[in-house]
Design a protein around this ligand. Sequence first.
Ligand code: ADP
Ligand code: MG
Length: 616
Amino acid sequence: MPIRLLDERVIGKIAAGEVIERPASALKELVENSLDAGATSISVALEKGGSGLIEVVDDGSGIPADQLELAVTRHATSKLMQWDDLHALRSLGFRGEALPSIAAVSDFTLRSRTSDDAAGSELSVVYGVARPIRPAAATRGTRVTVRDLFGNVPARRRFLRQAGTETAVMVRSIAAYALSRTDVAFQVSVDGRRSFATDGRGDAVAAAVAVWGAEVGPAAIPLAPLDATAAVPGITVAGWIGLPMVTKSHRNSLLFFVNGRWVQNRPLLFALEEAYHSLLMVGRHPVGVVRIELDPAMVDVNVHPTKAEVKFVDERSVARAVSRAAHQALSAARPDEVPEVRFGDRGMAPTAQPQPLRSIAGSRTDWDASPLASGSGFRPQPFEPSSREVEPLPVPAIRGGTNVAGAAGEYDAPAEPGPGTAVAERPVPVLRVLGQVNGTYIIAEGPDGMFMIDQHAAHERVMYERILTEMRERRIDVQPFLDPLIVELTHQQMAAFERSTEELTAIGFEIEPFGPQSVAVRAMPAMMRGVHIGDRLRLILDELAEGGMGDSWLDAVAISAACHTSIRAGQPLSLAEMRELVAQLEQTEQPRACGHGRPTMLHLSQGELERQFSRR
Ligand code: ADP
Ligand code: MG
């Protein structure tokens, strides 16, 4: 279709608003244009957080030379003729606003060639002023080059975040399309270095591994079509979701696409997480790429300026279809890949099979009545944000009253708003360590029955409280290095580092930038002595890049540092080491949960043991 001006009445109905808020919005529009043009290969180059350069090159249909000017004219589009077309829309764009909006605030060049053209042509627009069109060498497709974005809008520039953060947001938005359009080969480079590349061969798991890393590969299970009885008419759900062995502290890695459009929609998130039910730990979220297809007339795409949200005519049906598809996928997964049903689950197993043995869950009331059970988190948890039962220790004004908590609530902050009720600060009784199961759980005897302690969660709690105590008492014990340790980072990790430098220093690290993508570690908290800090630092920054978890950014950094430097699951411990750990745990203020809110221990009371063995 040729590019044409929309008529006034249509323009009036288009959701108005800022289309280009930050570099990532420009990039998203450009990539959507390439997809609309039928590209099979899209390469993206980013520099200086997008303020330097955003370039998108595709092999799509191209734009004829005589339409280049229309392409950068407001409300000119080739995708919509009249208002009613919106009800049958299959393209991502429809408003004809993106290119003109970007060209108004950047040094912009559009070079294109269609298969009918003998040569390519190029149009430059510098801060809204168009230069004459001129011939240019080109293969079929389009190249859009955006330099110096917001160069003429200094106020907007100032509101951009650090380059690393803007880059992370841009990479996330293009990653979303690379994950859903696995039939298109994406190539992304950041400041001249490759960020990721997908092969465009249509393999969803291969794309997920290329973008999100190897760990998601084995966890991905397909969302297969629902059988006739479960299917929701007119709605299909495809894609994949991750088994609960891979979860995140945020919902950024759970993507929804509606008719190919990446959308944010909380009801769908909740519908999907519902299907996991008790398989997810409090505060953890699954990963996945969920593609929903339905009649375009059943969804309104014109409700949001950046088209990030849509409105369904029948939202409940869509949610139902998503939840059923996820449920079916989780049940079909090999049972040994799904964690065992925990104490307190009642018929919530993904298989929903009746349990053959009389389960501990049968006496749930007694279990809950046990003096140590409450707050330890092994009851089924609803997925509402308020379900977080464990409150991390608040750190009172640190460092001469400077409140570093201000960093929380920024972009990337975890989805959970705040903690619910604080866990009762009941001490742990003196425990006698009996042994270790699976190199992971410490079994101990207490005055009333038996305790099972997760060694990693327990140590994490110990480390976390020690960090806070040292900070509060201003006696941070620092271990300097003779030679600095140089650690290479990805740009996401680098961005997390930039954001957290102050907080890392507060807890006893001394780390400086060392080149664009590495840091020099000069000192570390003495309590972490003995761990290989290079590897662990990357894990800490990965978690922080995902948004971290805690009441403030300082808290998030402390929690993450404690987690990644503590004893891991699967590490055999001597009896003496276990006794030491349990003794340290007994000393903590909140021994029942780690900094992330996971329980550190389970208690099987004397009474419960007797009931289970039918002695009473
Ligand atoms: P919209 O996508 O809403 O139509 P845009 O401002 O993003 O508006 O683009 C204007 C027009 O320019 C599009 O309708 C399309 O015809 C053309 N166009 C933009 N980018 C490309 C591209 N990468 N390949 C082919 N045509 C493009
Ligand atoms: Mg567009």
